[in-house]
Every structure is written in structure tokens, then in C-alpha cells.
Ligand binder design. Structure first.
Ligand code: SAM
Ligand code: SF4
Length: 441
């Protein structure tokens, strides 16, 4: 039984997604579950029977954005009280029943392990709000059909949750403990995607390289995925430095389909701060790992995550982060101001760096990374790369865009007959800090 609408038509759902790639993949899963239950997609909240926000709790800013959006949607609900408004995902799990007090117009609050039950939860949210925040150690959603956007690249969740408990991070509390999708289910799913024209798959997990199903570790999984006919490129995100085993490095080095790009979050360049963060490695160990990776995988591009202003970060610690960034010369970096998160190990320690100082440090890491990215990208001028065409470039009439193996966006003039999904050779002629421009050769 599905939710019925006043005119008897199939009910519609409008789903908005905040946060990381994993949330985007979860939204595709939610869409798949709801489609199987008879829902169709609404183009806008104005004409939807059900409005769902899939949310992120990683930083305060992410939660503020959602609360702002909710108050706008509450006005819509006051005009159309029959609309069911729900909050899904990490912020639902993080703020729990408190949300119903903050936003009493919510009909539904559901955590990341409850998506199988969503159709039923929506139905039961008729008079009282439905709240389901059970975390399930065994839930991997294996075999559930996702409703994907389409395109040449598909994001596939390989493992869920996290067991690392870094002192700043809310993920283990809101997404639960680590668990891997069985390899057979993953291979089946990716095989079907390849049959439907997907050329590149990105395996997802908060610590994706901690993947394990029996004797299949992440290195073995990469090799199994590489054996799938029709699939051309494999990527994954985010690996944790401590789980970067020889098996994974070897698979990256020897399987041509596994692309030479790695997002390897370092967080800080100070050993003191890394220890306080409970990251599980020192800068020395991280640098050794980078050297091994660069030695084994020619042309490897690296990106990272950096947090500035963690509890106790002194000027000298911050300087050490700038030094590490300069030494490693990442191709790109995602940079964040530390945001105190309830429930985490460091929560009770509080903030020691002022907001203004965090902003100053953030501006400095961004400026440094821009300069390094520009230099790294300029070094590609004259080189030729196989570029997997994705479609028209966002800017530039008559230009196509795609990714080089290093996950850098390459833009080039369209030639007739070149279509998305095709791989063409592009010679790079110019570069900015964020993209490469070239010609097809
Ligand atoms: N599991 C990945 C790892 O450990 O490398 C990262 C997942 S997390 C969703 C993405 C990034 O958000 C982290 O690498 C970290 O830089 C940042 N982050 C997490 N908690 C944060 C916090 N409390 N304040 C600021 N940034 C945070
Ligand atoms: Fe958060 Fe650390 Fe787990 Fe990454 S490894 S999701 S930063 S707890």
C-alpha cells in the first residue's frame, strides 16, 4: 500500500540532498526505495506530496543551512498542511528528538539506517511525527535498487559507518559502526551499471579502504571490480591513511582501470594535533605513505582534507600544516574551520581558537593551496591525457568537459561525433588552479 493522494494519482516526493558523496548515494537509494513503493519524483517542493531533506551533521554550518531551509518549507506546509515534511540522514540522527522541538512541523525524522522502512514511516506520520533513529550494525542496503541520475560515472557505496572515532568527528555516532556491502552484491550492481553504459565507478565509504568481506579486502575488491567488462575507470573515496595497505597500493599500481588519483585526508601537519585528533598516524608515517604511493603509481594526483583551529592548535602547529602542504604539494585540498560537535571525543574540551583566528588560518591554507594547485596544473601543459567525456562544459560555448585520470577537469572544443562516455586524447594548453584547457589530438 502506498500513500494515497486526494485525486488518486501516485504520490510524489521531492528530495533535497546536503553534504557528502555518501549522502548523494543515499538519496539515490531513498529514491529507489520510494519508487518501488509507488512514488514518483516531484520537480519542486511546491507540487510534492512528500518533501524530504537528506542532511549532513559534519559541521555546524551544514546544520544551520538545513534549519534555514526547513523554516522556508514550513511556510509551504502551513499553506498545504497535507504535505509531509521529513528530515533524513546524519542531522536527524545527531539531533534526534530535539529536532521535533526545534521544528514541530516535521512529520518525519529518520536516521541513515532506516531507509528500507521509509514508505511505512511516511504512511504512519499522519497525525503524530514518525521518528526512527535505530542504527543497525548489519544494514548495508545490499541489493536494494538505487535510482541514479545517469551519466558516465556512478557512485556506489561499498562500506558504511566508521570505527575510527577521530576526536572531532560525528560520523561514527550518526552513521554507526563500520560494515561492508558483500562483494558479490557489489560486483552484481557494478556489472549492471556497466551494462547500462556507466564507464566509471567511484566506490564510497567513510574509510573505504577498511573494506572487508571474508577474505576480500579492499585491494582484492578493486581487482574484482576491475575484471568487470565494459567498465573503464575505478576510483574510490575516502581512504584512511592507516588502512592504506600494500594490497591496496599494489592494486592501484597494477590495475590499469584504477585511476591515479587519491584523496588522502591528513587533517593537520602537527604531530601534537594529530595525536589529539586521534587520527592514528604521525606526519612521518603519512609522508612515508605518500612516498610509497608516489613511487608505486606514476603520475599520481593527491588531494586532502585540512582542519584549522582544532582544540589546542597553536600558531606553531598551524605553521607545521602549511609546511606539510608545501612539502607534499597536493593537487587540491578541502579546507575547513574546526566546528565543535556534540557527542564527539573533543566536544568537552571546547574551542581554544577564536572564530577570527580560524578564519585567518583558513584563508592562509586556501591561498597556499591555490598557488600549489595552479603550479601543479600548469605543470601538465603540453601533456596529453585520455579524457572521459562527460558532456558540455559549464562555461564556454561549444566546449566539452571530462576528467583526466588524475580527476582534473579538462575542457576542450567539441568535435562533431564526440559523445559523453567516449574517451578522447586531449593535449593540455593552459591551466587554472581548478581546471585544464586543451585540444583533442
Ligand atoms: N572519513 C574521512 C577521513 O577520515 O578522511 C573523512 C570524512 S568527513 C565526512 C570529511 C571531512 O570533514 C574530514 O576529513 C574533516 O576534514 C572534515 N570534518 C569532520 N569533522 C569536522 C569538524 N568537526 N569540523 C571541521 N571539519 C570536520
Ligand atoms: Fe570521521 Fe575519522 Fe571516521 Fe573519517 S575516519 S569519518 S574523520 S571518525
Amino acid at each position: 500500500m502506498v500513500l494515497s493522494t486526494s485525486n488518486g494519482a501516485s504520490p510524489t516526493v521531492y528530495l533535497e540532498t546536503y553534504g557528502c558523496q555518501m549522502n548523494i548515494a543515499d538519496s539515490e537509494l531513498v529514491s529507489g526505495v520510494l519508487r518501488a513503493a509507488g512514488y514518483s519524483n516531484a520537480e519542486s517542493p511546491e507540487n510534492a506530496d512528500v518533501i524530504l531533506l537528506n542532511t549532513c551533521a559534519i559541521r555546524d554550518h551544514a546544520e544551520e543551512r538545513v534549519l534555514g531551509r526547513l523554516s522556508v518549507l514550513a511556510q509551504l506546509k502551513s499553506r498545504r498542511p497535507e504535505v509531509r515534511l521529513g528530515l533524513l540522514g546524519c542531522m536527524a540522527q545527531h539531533n534526534r528528538a530535539r529536532l521535533i522541538e526545534q521544528a514541530p512541523y516535521l512529520d518525519l525524522v529518520a536516521g541513515p539506517d532506516t531507509y528500507r522502512r521509509l514508505p511505512e514511516l511516511i504512511r504512519s506520520a499522519r497525525f503524530d511525527p514518525a521518528v526512527d533513529l535505530r542504527l543497525d550494525r548489519n544494514e548495508t542496503y545490499a541489493g536494494l535498487p538505487s535510482q541514479r541520475e545517469g551519466g558516465v560515472r556512478a557512485y556506489v557505496t561499498a562500506m558504511r559507518g566508521c570505527d575510527k572515532f577521530c576526536a572531532f568527528c560525528v560520523v561514527p555516532y550518526v552513521r554507526g559502526r563500520e560494515r561492508s556491502v558483500p562483494a558479490a552484491a557489489l560486483i552484481r550492481e557494478i556489472g549492471e551499471l556497466a551494462e547500462h553504459g556507466v564507464k566509471e565507478v567511484v566506490l564510497l565509504g567513510q574509510t573505504v579502504n577498511a573494506y572487508r568481506d571474508g577474505d576480500v579486502d579492499f585491494g582484492k575488491l578493486l581487482r574484482k571490480v576491475a575484471a568487470i567488462d565494459g567498465l573503464e575507470r575505478i576510483r574510490f573515496t575516502s581512504p584512511h591513511p592507516s588502512d592504506m595497505s600494500d594490497s591496496v597500493i599494489e592494486a592501484m599500481a597494477t590495475e590499469p582501470k584504477v585511476q591515479p588519483y587519491l584523496h588522502l585526508p591528513v587533517q593537520s601537519g602537527s604531530d601534537r594535533v594529530l595525536a589529539a585528533m586521534a587520527r592514528g598516524y604521525t606526519t612521518g608515517e603519512y609522508l612515508d605513505l605518500v612516498a610509497r604511493l608516489r613511487g608505486a603509481i606514476p603520475g599520481l594526483a593527491l588531494s586532502t582534507d585540512i582542519i584549522v583551529g582544532f582544540h589546542g592548535e597553536e600558531e606553531a602547529d598551524f605553521e607545521a600544516t602549511l609546511e606539510l602542504m608545501t612539502e607534499i604539494a597536493y593537487d587540491s585540498a578541502f579546507t575547513f574551520k574546526y566546528s565543535l560537535r556534540q557527542n564527539t571525543g573533543a566536544y568537552k574540551l571546547g574551542d581554544t581558537v577564536s572564530e577570527a583566528e580560524k578564519s585567518r588560518r583558513l584563508s592562509a591554507v586556501i591561498a597556499l593551496q591555490e598557488a600549489i594547485s595552479l603550479e601543479r596544473n600548469r605543470a601538465t601543459i603540453g601533456a596529453e591525457y585520455p579524457v572521459l567525456v562527460e558532456g558540455p562544459a559549464r562555461r564556454g560555448q561549444g566546449m566539452l568537459a571530462g576528467k583526466a585520470p588524475q580527476f582534473k577537469t579538462a575542457v576542450f572544443p567539441a568535435r562533431s561525433g564526440v559523445v559523453p562516455g567516449q574517451t578522447v586524447r586531449v593535449r593540455i594548453e593552459s591551466a587554472t588552479a581548478h581546471s585544464l584547457t586543451g585540444v583533442q589530438v
